[in-house]
Write a protein of this length. Structure first.
Ligand code: ADE
Length: 230
């Protein structure tokens, strides 16, 4: 079973329309749509925004639906000058950028007393997502690398520069690391797929609404092409 999480309704609406829904279950005020899409058994769900919503959602997918693959699609702010609005980032690993126990000597982003600094995506899923995107969206560039998540819409050059310096990440968003964290604890394969909607700087709030729609279209095309490969 493949779990597909989007933070916002716009991000999952098209996929839900296209799937053959067999059952809708509600847990933690979230609607889990179970059925088939592109010939695969899937559960598609809108988690809501932020790490807590995403973490709860991912754990329910593990507990109630026994998913063995977790895919999170959505949009993100670019942290790399080479990565433009509209391009796609496939996660190699995820870090919670707002986790700060540096006072105890932990590096910024480290969840204290966990045996990993970053939560890895599955190598096979990364390869498949890259191939799927290159085929489905030949008009945009595909990047792989670290994605950071925090309960913060990053829209200032100052904050952006700190993230760039501290984490060497490709983009920033608000859910991926929580989902990868849950996947890590439950030993589930995961990949986070993010289309860039803004540059996480002072222009972010202006660019975001304009490019959100296009970014979501790219994500949907990628998922359609990725599912048959899993
Ligand atoms: N999602 C899309 N753009 C973002 C940004 N700049 N910060 C956090 N999450 C985002």
């Amino acid at each position: 079973m493949i779990g597909i999480i989007g933070a916002m309704e716009e991000e999952v609406a098209v996929l839900k329309q296209e799937m053959n829904i067999q059952e809708v279950c509600e847990y933690a005020s979230m609607q889990f749509c179970k059925g088939t899409l592109c010939g695969k058994q899937v559960v598609i769900v809108r988690s809501g925004i932020g790490k807590v919503n995403a973490g709860i959602c991912a754990q329910i997918l593990a507990d109630k639906f026994a998913v063995d693959v977790l895919i999170n699609t959505g949009i993100a702010g670019s942290l790399d000058a080479a990565i433009d609005i509209g391009d796609m980032v496939i996660s190699t690993d995820l870090v919670e950028h707002d986790m700060d126990a540096t006072i105890f000597g932990d590096p910024l982003g480290q969840v204290p007393r966990m045996d990993t600094f970053s939560f890895p995506a599955d190598a096979e899923l990364i390869k498949k997502a890259v191939a799927a995107n290159e085929e489905a969206n030949p008009d945009i560039k595909t990047f792989t690398g670290r994605i950071v998540s925090g309960d913060q819409f990053v829209s200032s050059s100052e904050v952006k520069e700190k993230l760039v310096k501290n984490f060497q990440a490709k983009c920033t968003e608000m859910e991926g690391a929580a989902i990868a964290h849950v996947a890590y604890l439950n030993k589930i394969s995961c990949v986070i797929i993010r289309a860039i909607s803004d540059k996480a700087d002072n222009s972010a709030t202006m660019d975001y609404p304009t490019f959100e729609k296009r970014a979501i279209e790219h994500s949907v095309r990628l998922v359609r092409n990725l599912l048959p490969r899993i």
